[in-house]
Design a protein. Structure first.
Length: 243
């Protein structure tokens, strides 16, 4: 009787031991796996990424750029600004650095140029990382039709891709309290909305008023009909109105 009990106990112990070894040898269940495994659009294993870090994935769910950045902006013209610690640089769609992290701020590319900063001063680089507009300006907008809005002395004007002033700073800018339009007054179809002496109007690429400043609110022209009144502007084809 005792012999039978001993044999059954031995078989049970061996079975449990083999089961444990099989479980530990399965890589999909290892708690030390630090990568993201994606196959057939199903995530098999993922660990908690650093705060604010996200991988780049395809529409099918394939991870193409793994967790490694503290912050990533959307890709624009083939490059994306990324933050590592307190410094910004740029990567391509393979996740390789095109511009090493060295800036305190970095924006998206528009018309081949992106705004970057050292402290409170901004300039522009090209896609190779070369500084083409000296880092010496205030808050920038984005390039459109060869011009970009730049702040100086509490107002903003426009410079070209050489950094030369084309339209001297004379339009209202409220700093961090300014409206989106005041910070991003870009040209579309040769016109840009600007705020002058408390009212909004439109200028051409020479800085001349085409629509006199007399409105409380405006919108960027987007090749569609825009209705303007003393109080409200409506973009009929994009369901946008501003008071």
């Amino acid at each position: 009787m005792n012999k039978k009990i001993f044999i059954l106990s031995a078989i049970t112990a061996i079975t449990l031991f083999l089961s444990a070894c099989s479980s530990n040898s399965n890589p999909s269940s290892s708690s030390n796996n630090s990568s993201v495994s994606v196959k057939n659009d199903t995530v098999n294993q993922a660990t908690t990424p650093p705060k604010d870090s996200e991988p780049a994935v395809t529409k099918s769910g394939d991870v193409v750029i793994d967790f490694q950045f503290d912050e990533v902006l959307s890709f624009s013209e083939g490059l994306a600004a990324v933050r590592v610690g307190e410094q910004w640089g740029y990567i391509d769609t393979n996740g390789d650095y095109v511009v090493q992290p060295e800036y305190t701020d970095a924006r998206q590319f528009h018309e081949g140029l992106a705004a970057v900063a050292y402290g409170d001063y901004y300039g522009f680089i090209d896609k190779t990382g070369k500084v083409v507009i000296e880092i010496m300006y205030g808050e920038p907008g984005v390039f459109s039709e060869g011009l970009v809005s730049i702040t100086q002395g509490g107002k903003y004007g426009y410079i070209d891709k050489t950094g030369a002033w084309v339209i001297e700073p004379k339009f209202a800018y409220g700093g961090v309290e300014s409206t989106f339009m005041e910070r991003n007054s870009k040209f579309t179809d040769g016109l840009a909305p600007v705020k002058y002496e408390g009212s909004w109007g439109y200028i051409d690429t020479k800085g001349n008023f085409v629509i006199e400043p007399k409105y409380s609110s405006v919108a960027v022209f987007v090749k569609i009909v825009v209705a303007i009144s003393q109080k409200t502007v409506c973009c009929h084809d994009c369901d946008f109105c501003a008071a």
